[in-house]
Design a binder for this molecule. Structure first.
Ligand SMILES: [Zn+2]
Length: 411
């Protein structure tokens, strides 16, 4: 699945129509959520039926394409499903799993994520109906919201793919305008010769990442710069009177800044990830979601968070595309264990060098990166975070005695 995004050019009235469609999509989602909360054991099918009822009850819901309202129901359902899923996995707020107590079942820290009402939805999603591609640069929305014909600005070539491969069309509102996304269901693969290289990555605060060869990739300058600019614009917003036009303008400026920075980061993450995947057959990295919650809770709010997330996303994307193996390993003790002999060498966050009794002397992050790579090589085949999967560990646990943590992920 690939997503092509275009900027949309249209008249003011059409933008208002898009806003109205987005509002309707949000209305349907929230109504469904309310229905689920009030009812008992509401199923997905019941939500679909409720959607039909909404359509007959509210004319403005009926105006939106029927598959688009269905897509809103699905959004609502996926929020509910995620909540149930988290409950099943027994996600907990406390930091139980950092110690890996001898619980028979794995517990993952984090919130359960009870679904919430949305008040600032930014997009509406159409499926395969309700729109028509007039030519590769124009799209017409045919439902009764009155969006009409939109001009698409961008260099992607939609004509390259058969029209039935376009599975979803999304209209997105951002601080600097409106965008149209096309989700195209195609398998893009790049055939590359094997490189006979493997790599482990340790993402950090000081460097963007350090790899198992000892190479450090620095944080780009715009990370800090962007942070300062955001603060500046944030202050401007807070000084303006609530509800005033000037405040609105300031909020828009802040939004644009956010957009600019997130685009820069996305580009950076994408470029790096492509490089790494291209030159290695196996890429190992920590499961950062857990790392942030378990390992260094107080640092989790770091400016790097978003960057890491994007980086990992692109690593996995390119991994699939270029047929390379990407492994997310459990982050426990990667920086404390010695990569040479496996002994535990305790060190605080400020200790930058790893010195072990066995004679191993490495940069702290390089040591961690080697551990990550070793752990990946040891667990691949049970790819990724298998240790956290309750089913997988449930099947295995009877055969393992002692602390589940040490016996499963020890080196
Ligand atoms: Zn050692």
């Amino acid at each position: 699945m690939i997503v092509y995004e275009f900027k949309v050019k249209a008249k003011q009235l059409q933008y208002q129509a898009i806003d109205e469609a987005i509002r309707t999509a949000q209305f349907v989602r929230n109504k469904c959520l309310r229905y689920w909360m009030d009812g008992q054991n509401v199923t997905r099918a019941e939500l679909y039926r409720y959607n039909t009822k909404l359509r007959s009850e509210f004319p403005f819901v009926k105006d939106l394409n029927s598959h688009a309202t269905q897509a809103s129901v699905e959004r609502c359902w996926s929020a509910i499903a995620r909540f149930f899923d988290n409950c099943k996995k027994r996600v907990r707020n406390s930091e139980v799993s950092s110690e890996c107590k001898t619980n028979s079942r794995q517990q993952i820290p984090g919130k359960k994520g009870y679904p919430r009402f949305k008040k600032n939805t930014r997009s509406v999603e159409y499926k395969t109906s309700g729109w028509k591609l007039l030519d590769p640069k124009h799209i017409k929305f045919t439902d009764k919201k009155g969006i009409g014909k939109l001009k698409l600005i961008g260099t992607w070539d939609l004509a390259f793919y058969p029209k039935d491969k376009i599975k979803r069309v999304r209209l997105v509102r951002r601080a600097d305008g409106y965008y149209c996304q096309f989700c195209i269901s195609v398998d893009v693969k790049e055939a590359l010769p094997p490189t006979h290289q493997t790599i482990g990555l340790d993402v950090g605060l000081k460097e963007f990442y350090t790899d198992s060869m000892g190479k450090a990739e620095p944080n780009p300058r715009f990370y800090r710069q962007g942070e300062e600019q955001l603060k500046f614009h944030q202050r401007r917003v807070s000084r303006k009177k609530k509800g005033s036009t000037n405040r609105k303008k300031a909020i828009n400026k802040l939004g644009r800044k956010h957009l600019k920075i997130s685009r820069q980061r996305e580009e950076h993450a994408k470029r790096l990830a492509r490089c790494v995947v291209q030159s290695n057959d196996l890429v190992a990295y920590e499961d950062l979601r857990i790392k942030n919650l378990v390992k260094n809770h107080c640092l989790a709010k770091s400016i790097n968070d978003a960057g890491w997330y994007q980086f990992r996303k692109w690593l996995e994307y390119f991994g699939v595309k270029m047929r390379r193996v990407t492994v997310a390993v459990h982050p426990a003790y990667t920086s404390q264990n010695c990569s040479n002999c496996g002994a535990v060498v305790k060190k605080s966050l400020s200790t930058r060098t790893h010195i072990c009794a066995c004679g191993c002397r490495l940069n702290r992050d390089e040591n961690a990166a080697i551990n990550i790579l070793n752990r990946a090589l040891g667990t691949t085949g049970h790819v990724g975070t298998w240790i956290l999967d309750p089913n997988a560990s449930g099947d295995l646990s009877p055969t393992i005695t002692g602390s589940p943590c040490n016996s499963k992920i020890g080196l």
